[in-house]
Design a protein around this ligand. Structure first.
Ligand code: DGY
Length: 320
């Protein structure tokens, strides 16, 4: 007897076909996120759930008495209440590795765009201001050969460090829960305390997962340690930063600028003060959003789900 799966996010046909080969399934196939009430209504029979981002908490588990495995199409799994899942013996999987290069590319796009003020310069030309010839007002800051500080040296952090080191001749600092001797050897990366990294870096990239320990990891105190010429990039989760403190630091030019792919509340409200700041670049959480990478993430999530439902230990099992 095939296990029953609910697919709560539109996925490519090949991914759906793969699940269909191994499971009976029903699905949400509208573009965009599934409304919570529709998700809950569809779980009474589900043994497996393929999802992207929706909270897997006690409320959801109460609607899913047969659930055995949940696979999120994301590397971040802060949507999992792991304690509640463990108490019910429900396995959770995520999609690491396959998105590393794509997210690292986007982080570099944010670094370059913030440093060279690319969106602002684009508006400048479109609005017919070029003829004013005000050269110095268009100056940005250099990226090459500067110091790049990476907080959270996982797979994405390493891919960012690689680009910084070999593409831009940057000096790499990192802070991580554990030291990574291989990264130190191959990228000449220097391990630092968080405080030292913040003081010394010209570009600070935050890539740590969101956990109770990393909630508001960057707040007023940490921002105060950064140089007035430094650029802050966040492509992890919005709540790793105290957004109010960041807004204040940017409004008062305590730092040069910020490139943000994630926010404390998504979607970002139209009246969020970040949107009125010229030294900020905002993106709609598109770190992994390329056709190829999203396909690979969806396929990996489907394979992990099927493997968990077949009684195996999936390679991407979330442990803590
Ligand atoms: C991830 O995979 O966690 C990305 O942030 C997309 O959600």
């Amino acid at each position: 007897m095939k296990p029953t799966v609910y697919i709560a996010r539109k996925v490519p046909t090949e991914v759906e076909d793969y699940i269909g080969k191994h499971c009976n399934y029903s699905k949400w196939d509208q573009p965009g996120p599934i409304p919570r009430e529709v998700l809950l209504e569809n779980l009474s029979n589900a043994e497996g759930l393929l999802i992207s981002g929706g909270k897997i908490n006690q409320e959801l588990l109460d609607h899913a008495p047969r659930l055995r495995a949940v696979s999120t199409i994301s590397v971040g799994y802060n949507n999992f209440d792991l304690e509640a899942m463990k108490a019910r013996g429900i396995l959770g999987t995520n999609t690491p590795q396959v998105l590393n290069d794509t997210v690292a590319d986007l982080i570099f796009a944010l670094i370059l765009s913030t440093a060279r003020r690319i969106p602002e310069m684009d508006r400048y030309v479109r609005e017919g201001n070029w003829k004013r010839g005000d050269d110095e007002n268009l100056f940005g800051i250099d990226v090459h050969h500067k110091t790049l500080g990476i907080i959270g040296m996982g797979g994405i952090g390493e891919a960012v460090a690689h680009r910084g080191k070999w593409g831009f001749g940057m000096n790499i600092l990192y802070h991580n829960r554990t030291r990574k001797p291989e990264v130190e050897a191959t990228l000449e990366a220097e391990y630092c305390s968080l405080q030292d990294l913040l003081r010394k870096s010209d570009f600070i990239v935050l890539m740590t997962p969101l956990t109770p320990e990393t909630h508001h990891l960057i707040g007023a105190e940490e921002l105060a340690l950064m140089k007035p010429t430094s650029v802050f990039i966040n492509a992890s989760r919005g709540a790793t930063v105290d957004e109010e403190a960041l807004i204040k630091a940017l409004q008062t030019n305590k730092i040069y600028g910020a490139g943000l792919d994630v926010f404390e509340r998504e979607p970002l409200a139209h009246d969020n003060p970040l949107l009125s700041l010229p030294n900020v670049i905002t993106l709609p959480h598109i770190g992994s959003s390329t056709e190829q990478t999203r396909f690979e993430m969806a396929m990996l999530a489907a394979q992990s789900l099927v493997s968990a439902l077949q009684g195996e230990t999936p390679a991407n099992l979330v442990k803590e």
